[in-house]
Design a protein around this ligand. Structure first.
Ligand code: TXA
Ligand code: MG
Length: 333
């Protein structure tokens, strides 16, 4: 069933909040990507969020709050080391998984006994959450399997006609989703690398990377192929990346059409369209641009895109995680 999707300006927060209170879905900007908001305590609203995205029901949603006071209603307490991380990184792009209270519907947590919580720092997100007075589920506001949206236009492209409204706050500054951290085990475990790096977390608390060989729950979302562009994506990492990509470009037949390269400023190529990933020494730019570039490559109809992978440390680890999920092939040089 198609509905009219309102495009709301930042001054129309009250309208966006009312729609959420009435059980509708409203997309809004956060400091990472746009989220698709719905009342976390209303199962019907939660069902609408899953439906609009075409999201598998066993993939749980993050509950967004505007204040710490809301947390004790949603979670059954947390260890002191988690408080340290909340103090350091909230409001901001860290999502903390805790044992849930019964008030959180089972559909929110995909049937798990836990709930993922986050206090975003984007001023519009905070204002909207405050105006609703509710905990709000907000998965990335894309159709499942598409790159996360970093502009209102991306949300329009994916969800227009399927949701009540989009609060347009311009491009989101971060571009990469929050880090999801399981705080129900010690040491804490990163379930999804993201905007807050492993190094930042480890400076303050015992934290390990998720290891596929581990037992127990991981972020169920990581099981699904994500962020896939329509083009074949070849991820090339290591010191010889530029030489390898140029070699492959040279060996292509003209008839195969132009290829695209998502490249750092430090590299140069001939015979391909270049999409700028910013400098290797400042990966915030690559993080901010990643999904936007994947969507551009798609909409321009490229059949093949090479992507230079950053070194796997700090934000580079999170960027590589997303690129691997989008890649059809990975070459390490
Ligand atoms: O930055 C973000 O986190 C954005 C913005 C909108 O806040 N939201 C976002 O939500 O990326 P989503 O639904 O696209 O990704 C949430 C991830 C999924 O991988 C999901 O499986 C995991 O968090 N997750 C949610 N609840 C969980 C839980 N109780 N236990 C383990 N993983 C959970
Ligand atoms: Mg998502």
């Amino acid at each position: 069933m198609k509905m009219k999707t309102l495009l709301l300006r930042p001054t129309e927060i009250a309208k966006a909040a009312l729609l959420i209170r009435q059980g509708e879905c409203v997309a809004f900007p956060t400091e990472t990507v746009y989220g698709l908001g719905g009342n976390a305590l209303d199962e019907r609203a939660v069902a609408k969020v899953f439906q609009a995205k075409g999201r598998p029901p066993d993939n749980p949603l993050i509950v967004h709050c505007h204040s710490r006071a809301q947390l004790s209603e949603l979670a059954r307490g947390w260890p002191p080391a988690a408080t340290g991380l909340m103090n350091a990184f909230w409001p901001g792009p860290l999502t903390i998984v805790l044992e849930k209270q019964d008030v959180v519907p089972a559909s929110v947590s995909g049937g798990l006994g836990t709930v993922a919580l986050r206090l975003p720092s984007h001023p519009l997100a905070i204002a909207l959450l405050r105006a609703t007075g509710l905990p709000v589920v907000a998965p990335s506001a894309n159709v499942s399997g598409k790159p996360s949206p970093t502009t209102a236009e991306h949300v329009v492209a994916d969800l227009s006609g399927k949701i009540a409204a989009i609060l347009d706050g311009g491009a989101t500054p971060g571009g990469l989703e929050s880090t999801v951290l399981d705080c129900t085990v010690l040491p804490f475990r990163v379930l999804r690398p993201g905007a807050i790096t492993l190094e930042q977390l480890q400076a303050l608390a015992p934290v390990t990377e998720f290891c596929a060989a581990d037992e127990g729950p991981l972020a169920p979302g990581m099981r699904y192929r994500h962020y896939s562009p329509g083009a074949q994506l070849v991820l090339v990492s290591g010191d010889g990346a530029q030489a390898e990509i140029q070699r492959q470009l040279n060996s292509r037949d003209q008839a195969e059409g132009e290829a695209a390269v998502m490249a750092f400023r430090e590299s140069s190529y001939s015979g391909a369209r270049i999409f700028d990933f910013g400098s290797k020494t400042r990966l915030e730019t690559a993080a901010a641009e990643l999904y936007n570039l994947l969507r551009q490559v798609d909409s321009l109809g490229y059949k093949l895109v090479f992507v230079e992978g950053p070194p796997e440390q700090g934000l580079g680890r999170s960027i590589m995680n997303r690129l691997r999920q989008a890649a059809t092939k990975e070459i390490h040089t």
